[in-house]
Design a protein around this ligand. Structure first.
Ligand SMILES: [Zn+2]
Length: 170
């Protein structure tokens, strides 16, 4: 897995591939730091960005379900979309490993995907969300599968219980 520790504006986005990157570290004290991870779903310029409905749907699902993960859930600070719609920022405490994030994403996929209707999207209502009419089902299913294919080989996916990310390939 690629890993680099640089702030986002110092990255050359013309050559940035899809993947999971450690992007910045914000120290709080001698023991604690917040890590900012770049979950890059689409290569800037090379691929079309995600649609707004996909971004919003993934934000709702990951912000909720990653916090339920038995390994990293309690270590999550925030999950936020990038304004350029090519990925998301996940902030965690410093004791989280990239392999644990990868496994947590796979677990959400195994538990929640494929989405079938808006009822599968947690928090998508007028009380909890600013724009509950903004979501996507089919294209979010394919965007998540596509992203996980860049983190998991076919063999690893089968082992992690998400082998269908390769069956949905189009
Ligand atoms: Zn919302």
């Amino acid at each position: 897995m690629n890993k680099s520790i640089v702030s986002s504006f110092d990255v050359d986005h013309r050559t940035l591939a899809t993947g999971l990157y450690l992007r910045s570290i914000y120290p709080i004290n001698d023991d604690l730091a917040v890590y900012s991870w770049d979950l890059r779903f689409r290569a800037p310029m090379a691929h079309a960005p995600l649609g707004s409905g996909e971004v919003h749907t993934i934000e709702h699902l990951m912000a909720y379900y990653l916090r339920l993960d038995p390994v990293i859930g309690s270590r999550i600070v925030s999950f936020c979309p990038m304004g350029c719609k090519t990925g998301f920022y996940l902030s965690t405490m410093n004791d989280v490993e990239p392999q644990q994030i990868r496994a947590a994403l796979a677990k959400v996929y195994a538990d929640v995907f494929p989405l079938r209707s808006a009822e599968d999207i947690v928090g998508l209502n007028e009380v909890q969300c600013g724009n509950p009419g903004l979501y996507a089902i089919e294209t979010t299913n394919s965007a998540m599968a596509e992203y996980l294919r860049c983190l998991y080989t076919r063999e690893e996916a089968v082992e992690a219980g998400i082998g269908d990310i390769y069956n949905t390939e189009r």
